[in-house]
Structures are given as C-alpha cells and as structure tokens.
Ligand binder design. Structure first.
Ligand code: NAD
Length: 457
C-alpha cells in the first residue's frame, strides 16, 4: 500500500496543490503521509548528523558506520539530513546545552520530510547524581528540550529521546536498538517520547529483518483492529503467533491467523484458568512460549454518575484483572520448560490511563492499572532475562474511532504534533520492538504511541 492511501481524506486534500495552497493561506494543519517501515527498509536513506563529541556520540558513529550509513560529525553549510542525533550524555550544567542545541537549530533547516531528531542523555533520577542540582537540572533540561522541539517539528518529522542509566552506555544492545527504532519508520507515530535503558542486558539480532525469529508469541484480541495488526507485524518479524479471541469472533480470528500463518485459539481471557490453558496449548503445539501481548480490551463509557456495576466490573475483568491473573499463572510456570527464560510481556495501556478521559473512569482506572502492572512485575521478569512493558496508544484509526461523531473525530485527529491519527501498525511496531531480544534492557516502562497527543503529560 502506498503511504498516501493510508492517510485520512483531509491529509490527502492538503497534499494536493490546491489543498496545500488553501491550508497555507488559512493557516490550517498540514499533515503529510508518514514513512512506515517495510521489510528490508534501511533505517534512513540520507545522511545522519551526530552533534556532540562525547562517548555516546563516538559509539553511535561507530555503530552506524558499521552498518554503512552516511554519518557526518559536522553540520557543514546547507547540508540535507535524514536524521540528527544529539549526544548530551556528558552535560554537567544547563549552560552546557546551548552549544549543541544551536547547532541542531541550524541543521534543522536541512532536515527532510519524515526526518528524525534523537537526543541521548543520562537518567535525571540516576542515584549518583540525585544530590547535584546542576547535573539534575541539565538532564531534566534535555527532557524539556526534547518534548518542546518535538512540538516544533513538521512534515512528519519527530523528536524523541534515549535515556541511559548511569552504568549503561550506547554500546548496550538496548540503547542501540532504541536508536534504530527511533530512526526507522517503525516509530512513525512516536513523537516527544523517551525510551529508558536501565540495564546493559539484551542481544542484538543477527538478522535485523527477522528479530523475532523462532519466537512463539500469544496475542489476545487478535481477531481485528490493533490485535490483528500486532499479529501481522510479529509474523513479519519472524514470530509464530498464537491468536486468542472470543468464540463469537472465531471466524475473523481464523482468517487473521491464516494470513499470518499462526494458530487460532478461541477463548475468553477472563476464564479463571486462561493462563494455564495458553501454556498447555503452546506446549502441545510448539513446546515453548516466548511472549504474550495483552491486547484484548473493551470500552464501557459512561459518566461515573451514570455508571452501573455491570459496566464497571466487565471492563475491569477484561482490561486488567485477566492480564494480572494470566501473568501470575505464566510466571508461576517458569523453570518448567515451556516458558522461555527471557519471556516478554507487553500490554496495551492508553493515553486515557495517563491523562484521564471524561466518561472513562472505568477505562482510565484499568489502563493506569496496566501501567502499574508493568512497573511492579519488571524486577521479577528481569531475574531470568525477561521484561514487561506497556504501549499507550493515542488516537488510532480503528472501527472505534471511525464511530466517533465527525467533528469530535476531526479535532482529536489533529490534536497532536503529527496532526493526524495513528494506524494500528504504529502500535504494533512498538509492541514488536519490546518483544525483541535486543530490548531486554528496557523494562517496566510505558511508551506512548500518540503522535505527541496534547492530552496528558
Ligand atoms: P477492538 O475492539 O477492535 O478489538 C478488541 C478485540 O479484543 C476484539 O476482537 C474482541 O473480540 C477481543 N476481546 C474482547 N474481550 C475479550 C475477551 N474477554 N477474551 C478474548 N478476547 C476479547 O479494539 P482495538 O481498538 O483494536 O483496541 C485493542 C487494544 O488497544 C485495547 O486494549 C484498547 O483498549 C487499546 N487501545 C485502543 C485505542 C484505539 O484508538 N483504538 C487507543 C488506546 C488503547
């Protein structure tokens, strides 16, 4: 599918000559089709500028050179760039910011459509600096700079940041994997966000086109929408998918699983023994289980004053109680031979779970719970090389958002730095990233895939 056919009607209009003129004259949003990853794509097609001469800057240059990218350490005059990487890992005081940011400011004029700016810095909450206000202020400064620059980007370009723990450097597999994710079309709808690399764990895949080779991964709610896209993306990256959905969605589930070469399992995830059943099925069919994606979810929107217990309880049962119970059953089976040591769990949170949303007290509570679940289980999973992370989508073009009233939908679509809705595949790419061996050093986090939606922090 070409990138233009994947956009909404307004985006297609403003990318034609007449529409472009109208939007420019009236000062209307001018979204462009986003660059999305296709199997075999390079991370970027043009030069990459690295700003800074720190240890991280040198490491990144070496890694990208080794992959035959056109890396520049000097902005030069009127150069064109596909990406700008800014290494702030050694800054000690907010005064240190200006040298780098002014170079970036100049270079931005040469940044192409769908370009990338990526900042690299150290964790402001790192224990060894907690008492040095200069360092903490400088690191928080990079965070603020990254978020604000992300809001200045146009023409599909994004700014995101990589946060390194004190004892982790850019040669760590997860740090470089995070850089690759942000550079590539896999992060098309991720803007103004951070990936926190907390340990040097992880293994760089031999084949970057098949980072999930040989993995067996369960996807709940796989019959349609985001779950179907996750199944397709995991399969594209080499995984075998075990798709779960309600018996009532059996036909759609079979069709998705036939497309991705996976197996369909009809099951209600709220069943008390759902985790045991999954494990048993995986053991019978594959003799292993490498990960689970908690994607199945429902909405039961009502203002709290009009909420009844069935709406509250049904939502909590599916969106958070089931994932909690399934995780407990899976984690208890570690060491029995089916569950991989480096078992990965990902879950669908939502920006509503971060910022709150009117009419969604039940959904907001459950999705915030998903974020808490990731934080709480991270240490347990890391004991054997595993991880658990959440992805929080914003406005994603699905049947759910199609059903919104036109005016509300149009406003929601434009209220983000990319001025358009995301696609299910954008969420799927983030999920797939967290299932790779390379991402092991990123654990207990929540990544927003929301185009830097204006809701929430
Ligand atoms: P969807 O309604 O299109 O699909 C959800 C799937 O889950 C369906 O196939 C449904 O049958 C299945 N399911 C529901 N209850 C189940 C159960 N008890 N057992 C097994 N399967 C069950 O939803 P979607 O829009 O694709 O959203 C997927 C996930 O992403 C959800 O967790 C949702 O909360 C989250 N999310 C979506 C958006 C968005 O914009 N669409 C935004 C933020 C978060």
């Amino acid at each position: 599918m070409d990138s233009m056919s994947q956009t909404d009607g307004y985006t297609r209009f403003v990318n034609r000559p007449l529409g472009k003129q109208v939007a420019k004259t009236l000062g209307l949003p001018q979204p462009v089709p986003l660059r999305r990853h296709q199997k075999g794509d390079r991370l970027v097609t043009g030069p990459i500028l690295i700003v800074g001469d720190s240890e991280a800057a040198d490491a990144v240059a070496q890694q990208l050179w080794a992959e035959d990218y056109d890396v520049r350490r000097d902005a030069g005059l009127k150069q064109k760039f596909s990406a700008i990487i800014v290494a702030f890992d050694e800054i000690q005081h907010p005064n240190d910011l200006s040298a780098h940011v002014l170079v970036v400011g100049d270079a931005l004029r040469g940044l192409g459509t769908n370009g990338r700016v990526i900042t690299i810095f150290r964790d402001p909450q790192g224990p060894s600096v907690a008492t040095d206000p200069n360092v903490v202020a400088a690191r928080h400064g990079v965070e603020g700079f990254t978020r604000s620059l992300a809001k200045e980007m146009r023409r599909g370009a994004t700014t995101n940041g990589i946060v390194l723990a004190e004892d982790v450097d850019m040669t760590a597999p997860s740090a470089y994997a995070a850089l690759r994710f942000f550079l590539s079309g896999r992060s098309a709808y991720v803007a103004g966000q951070f990936l926190n690399v907390s340990t040097a764990a992880g293994i760089t895949p031999e084949d970057q086109d098949a980072p999930l080779d040989e993995k067996v991964i369960v996807v709940t709610g796989a019959a349609r929408g985001i779950g179907a896209a996750i199944s397709e993306t995991l399969a594209r990256d080499g995984a075998t998918v075990m798709g779960i959905d309600m018996p009532s969605a059996g036909e759609a589930l079979t069709s998705v699983m036939n497309t991705v070469g996976g197996i369909a399992v009809q099951m209600d995830i709220t069943a008390q023994d759902a985790g045991h059943q999954l494990l048993q099925k995986a053991a019978q069919r594959f003799g292993r289980l490498d990960g689970i994606v908690h994607n199945a979810g429902i909405t039961r929107d009502k203002l709290l004053a009009n909420m009844d217990d069935s709406k509250w309880d049904a939502l909590v049962a599916v969106n958070i109680a089931a994932p909690l119970r399934i995780n407990q059953q899976l984690v208890a089976a570690r060491g029995e031979g089916v569950l991989a040591d480096n078992f990965r769990i990902t879950s669908l949170a939502s920006t509503s779970g971060i910022a709150g949303n009117r009419g969604q007290t039940n959904y907001g509570a459950a999705k915030a719970g998903v974020i808490g679940m990731s934080e709480a289980l991270a240490t347990t999973l890391a004991e054997t090389g595993g991880s658990i992370n959440a992805v929080a989508p914003g406005f994603i073009e699905t049947a759910m958002t199609d059903a919104m009233p036109t005016a509300t939908r149009e406003v929601a679509r434009r209220m983000n730095s990319l001025q358009q809705g995301g696609r299910p595949v954008d969420v799927a790419e983030a999920i797939a990233f967290f299932h790779t061996d390379a991402s092991a050093g990123i654990n207990g986090t929540t990544l927003r895939v929301c185009g830097q939606s204006m809701v929430g922090k």
